[in-house]
Write a protein that binds this ligand. Structure first.
Ligand SMILES: Cc1cc2nc3c(=O)[nH]c(=O)nc-3n(C[C@H](O)[C@H](O)[C@H](O)COP(=O)(O)O)c2cc1C
Length: 172
C-alpha cells in the first residue's frame, strides 16, 4: 500500500499549486499525486492529504465521496478559497469538510489560503452597485483584487511548513 496520497480537486489551478507543493515536500518515495477525478477507490494509502476549493462554503461531491469512504487513515485537509486572511473562515470550511470523515480516522489538521477567482465574479459584484450596500461591494471587490495575487510564494511556503507539521504528527 502507498504511504502517502495527495488528492485534489481544482477547477482553475489554485488548489493544484498547493497540492504540488505538498507532494514535493513529502520526501518519502512511496507517494502519489492525483486529481480526485482519477480517484476510483483503488488508490489506497496510509496517509492522505486531501485538497479542494471552497464551493459555496463547502467542497465538491467527489471530495465528499472520497472523505466518507476512508477508514483508519491519517488525513490532512488543504485548499484554497476566495476569501482572504480569515483563519476563522478557513477553519469553518475545514470543519464542514471534516464532518464527512468517519470517526475511526485520525484527522491531523488543515491548511487553507486565498486563491484567485474568475473575472465574472468581479463583474457580478459591480452589477450590484446601486442595488446593494456599496461599502460592502467595495470590500468584496478589494478582496477579489487581493485574491488575484494568490496563491503566492508565501502561501506555498506555508503549505510546505504545514506538510512538515503533518508528517511529524504522523510519525509521532
Ligand atoms: C462557483 C464558485 C463558488 C465559490 N464559492 C466560494 C465560497 O463559498 N467561499 C470562498 O471563499 N470562495 C469561493 N469561491 C472561490 C474559489 O474557492 C477560489 O477561487 C479557489 O481558489 C478556486 O480554486 P481552484 O483554482 O483550485 O479551482 C468560489 C468560486 C466559484 C467559481
Amino acid at each position: 500500500m502507498l504511504k502517502y496520497l495527495v488528492v485534489y480537486a481544482s477547477e482553475t489551478g489554485n488548489t493544484k499549486m498547493i497540492a504540488n507543493e505538498i507532494y514535493d515536500a513529502i520526501k518519502d518515495r512511496s507517494k502519489e499525486l492525483i486529481n480526485v477525478r482519477q480517484w476510483n477507490g483503488t488508490h489506497e494509502a496510509e496517509n492522505y492529504f486531501i485538497g479542494f476549493w471552497a464551493n459555496r462554503g463547502s467542497c465538491s461531491l467527489e471530495i465528499i465521496d472520497l472523505l466518507s469512504s476512508l477508514h483508519h487513515k491519517n488525513i490532512a485537509l488543504f485548499g484554497t478559497c476566495g476569501m482572504g486572511n480569515s483563519d476563522q473562515y478557513y477553519q469553518q470550511i475545514a470543519r464542514t469538510a471534516s464532518a464527512w470523515l468517519s470517526q475511526d480516522n485520525h484527522y491531523l489538521g488543515s491548511y487553507f489560503c486565498q486563491g484567485k477567482m474568475p473575472m465574472q465574479i468581479r463583474n457580478k459584484y459591480e452589477q450590484c452597485r446601486g442595488k446593494c450596500d456599496d461599502s460592502q461591494i467595495d470590500e468584496m471587490i478589494r478582496n477579489f483584487d487581493e485574491a488575484l495575487l494568490h496563491p503566492d510564494k508565501q502561501d506555498l511556503l506555508k503549505a510546505n511548513v504545514f506538510t512538515d507539521q503533518m508528517l511529524r504528527k504522523i510519525s509521532s
